[in-house]
Write a protein that binds this ligand. Structure first.
Ligand SMILES: C[S@@+](CC[C@H](N)C(=O)[O-])C[C@H]1O[C@@H](n2cnc3c(N)ncnc32)[C@H](O)[C@@H]1O
Length: 305
């Protein structure tokens, strides 16, 4: 699906939203509104957002940061912009300390009445698709865009025999992931790097997974990451991803003001929504992928080498 193949009224609404967000003071208001909406929703469903952040900010993070940070990492330009209403995007402690509470809040409204359990239901549904469609038992797994490790820990739970690696560009997010893995006594290996140029050896994984990474990427980066995943996978290995489903009715019918708030925090949403994932994966050397809607708003894509 391309932007131009969307219904004309969606194109019009999309252009209108983009021109509103091009006006800096309006974009700032939209970001502020979006952030307040998420924090209020979190606290309403029983996620103590402010208390969680307060607890985490008591910790001295410099030790974790020193262990995790790779000073040779070069940040792509597209990454150095505002995301999720944080001026410095994912490169901030504020984002790292809030991201888990934000996940519970954002996923609370996927299914009516699930509240705080929406996040675990979304992850569970992803794993159910993996269990059905990943026909091998992966021994080595790479979770790209692992953030603070929520997706990485859950992959380790469903594949306890596997050696799991989590990779992310944010050393702040990874510092929290490292701290959490010490609390859980888990052996996950954390790598600070870009998913499009990991520096990891050829054919060293059976499964490369990306949970909610691709909506944060421009198309060129997404295509480069598919090629890198292909290089990292062994013969018969699988690339799997879970992210927003542009074909979901929930997005087609989303009220323009909600879409404006969403876009104000997700700078590459139009590029993500208009990328033909099947063609991009085939171009990167995968067999034609299977796309499975697994929530009213999300899809899982499974592609085999
Ligand atoms: C929405 S979060 C992912 C959430 C996480 N997988 C989970 O299950 O909760 C997206 C993450 O992707 C990371 N990211 C964005 N672009 C990246 C890239 N090119 N390479 C590696 N990580 C990237 C961000 O730093 C952020 O931590």
């Amino acid at each position: 699906m391309t932007v131009s193949s969307l219904p004309p009224e969606s194109n019009l609404a999309s252009r209108l939203i983009n021109s509103i967000l091009a006006i800096k003071p309006l974009a700032k208001v939209a970001k502020h509104q979006a952030r307040q909406m998420i924090i209020n929703r979190a606290e309403k469903i029983g996620v103590p957002w402010r208390e969680n952040v307060h607890q985490l900010s008591q910790h001295d993070w410099q030790k974790e940061l020193a262990i995790i940070e790779n000073s040779n990492v070069i940040y792509p330009d597209y990454y150095l912009c505002s995301f999720h209403a944080y001026e410095t995007g994912n490169l901030s402690w504020q984002s790292a300390l809030e991201v888990e509470s934000a996940a519970y809040a954002v996923h609370a409204n996927i299914w009516p009445g699930t509240g705080i359990k929406g996040d675990s239901r979304l992850r569970h549904n992803y794993h159910e698709v993996l269990k059905q469609q990943v026909v091998i038992s992966p021994q080595a797994i790479l979770d790209i865009g692992c953030s603070v490790g929520m997706s990485t820990f859950s992959l380790q739970e469903i594949y306890p025999q596997a050696k799991v690696t989590g990779l992310d560009l944010s050393p702040y997010h990874l510092a929290v992931a490292h701290y959490r893995s010490q609390q859980k006594n888990s052996q996950i290996n954390w790598v600070h790097g870009a998913a499009e140029s990991t520096g990891l050896p050829d054919a060293s994984f059976d499964l490369v997974s990306a949970f909610l990474l691709f909506h944060e990427l421009p198309q060129k980066a997404a295509q480069d990451i598919f090629k890198e995943a292909r290089r990292l996978l062994r013969p018969g290995g699988h690339f799997t991803m879970m992210d927003m489903n542009p074909r979901a009715e929930a997005y087609q019918k989303m009220p323009p003001y909600v879409m404006t708030l969403l876009k104000s925090t997700e700078p590459y949403l139009d590029e993500y929504f208009s990328l033909d994932m099947s063609t991009a994966l085939v171009n990167a050397g995968f067999k034609s992928p299977k796309i499975t809607p697994m929530s009213p708003r999300h899809r899982t894509i499974v592609a085999q080498v």
